[in-house]
Design a protein around this ligand. Structure first.
Ligand code: BDR
Ligand code: CA
Length: 339
């Protein structure tokens, strides 16, 4: 039976990306049609390897995984943030079991275009990394905004301070030119940014509880990764340290998909500062004012930005979804739970 939400997941795994993937795989209303990877939290080769690994570990090795853009569209690349996600993107796993699932040979952009043409109006793009794959897909197929049902992206911020500068969020800052193209493409788009993701603090204890309930190497791997990630965030924010936790970031994009009623959004025209001190800033024209500054005219399409969230409800739906039996019990044959 077709599930209500057919999704292509564009991602740079990444600990919270892994959390989000497992939420999507566990949720009965979501069908993950493919995982398109990009540079970001790690180099793109590592992102692709992690997507293959995480999906195989969860018994979903049949899901197509593609490798996408390796660098930003115009700006110089930055070194991946190993202190946040680990050098391997998954909290420096001590070992990995072997799987034989392989990359789909298409680029991430080509995969997005092929799938959108095959299922016009059906697919939601959930994008939780820098936005180069979406920008490349728009170049391949300018009609993409008419073929895609909706874009939900984790990135940016309107009022909350940024996490790479006082005004910029990491995914947008990593490739601001692509982000500006994506916001301006004219599709139905909702931004799930730091305004809401900084309100949802997930304690490591939640993932320990899930791992104890599910007893599977996928949930053990997630627990290991979240523990590393929480050490980083707890070192940075005292209120996060009190629960030894981390921000929900990427998983909030999927929770918005399944439970939009938990969020309050505002609409407006979004632009991105592509260079200078404010590079990566997402600026929302919230009021219909005719500004003298060019770039804010009515040709800039309207998008939505999440501004408020019911944090407790998000935590509950995450817990409920990952505690339900979505994995085959026991590790895949011959593999250990121990990491
Ligand atoms: C975003 O940046 C990455 O570190 C996370 O995976 C998330 O997508 C948060 O700013
Ligand atoms: Ca991410």
């Amino acid at each position: 039976m077709t599930r209500p939400f057919q999704v292509i997941y564009d991602t740079d795994p990444g600990v919270d990306d892994a959390m989000a993937l497992y939420y999507a795989l566990a949720h009965p209303d979501i069908e993950v049609l493919g995982i398109t990877t990009t540079f970001g939290n790690v180099r793109v080769e590592q992102a692709a390897a992690n997507a293959l690994y995480l999906s195989a570990l969860a018994g979903q090795g049949h899901i197509p995984v593609t490798q996408g853009v390796a660098t930003p569209l115009h700006k110089a690349s930055e070194a991946p943030p190993a202190s946040i996600h680990g050098a391997d993107g998954l909290g420096n796993l001590p070992n990995r079991v072997a799987f034989d699932n392989r990359l789909d040979p298409r680029s991430s952009a080509q995969f997005i275009v092929d799938m959108a043409r095959a299922r016009p109006g059906k697919i939601t793009l959930v994008a939780v990394g820098p936005l180069g794959n979406l920008a490349a897909a728009l170049r391949l197929e300018p009609r993409l905004p008419q073929l895609i049902r909706k874009v939900i992206l984790m990135g940016g911020t309107v009022l909350e301070p940024g996490n790479v500068s006082p005004v910029a969020e990491a995914n947008i800052w990593n490739d601001p030119h692509s982000a500006d193209l994506v916001f301006g493409a004219g599709w139905k788009l909702t931004m799930v940014g730091l305004d809401v993701t900084h309100q949802v603090i997930l304690p490591v204890a939640l993932f320990r509880k899930i791992a104890a309930q599910q007893r599977h190497c996928a949930t053990d791997t997630l627990l290991h990764a979240v523990n590393f990630y929480a050490d980083f965030y707890s070192g940075l924010y005292p209120h996060v340290a009190t629960v030894h936790g981390c921000f929900g970031h990427d998983v909030l994009a999927f929770i918005y998909l399944t439970n939009p009623e938990f969020f309050v959004c505002e609409s407006g025209r979004m632009r991105v500062a592509v260079d200078g001190l404010a590079q990566g800033q997402t600026m929302l024209r919230r009021k219909p004012i005719n500004y003298p500054q060019a770039g804010w005219d009515d040709n800039v399409p309207e998008v939505h930005a999440c501004m408020e969230v019911q944090a407790e409800a998000c935590k509950q739906v995450l817990e409920h979804t990952l505690m339900a039996p979505w994995l085959n019990t026991g590790a895949p044959s011959g593999q250990s739970h121990e990491l």
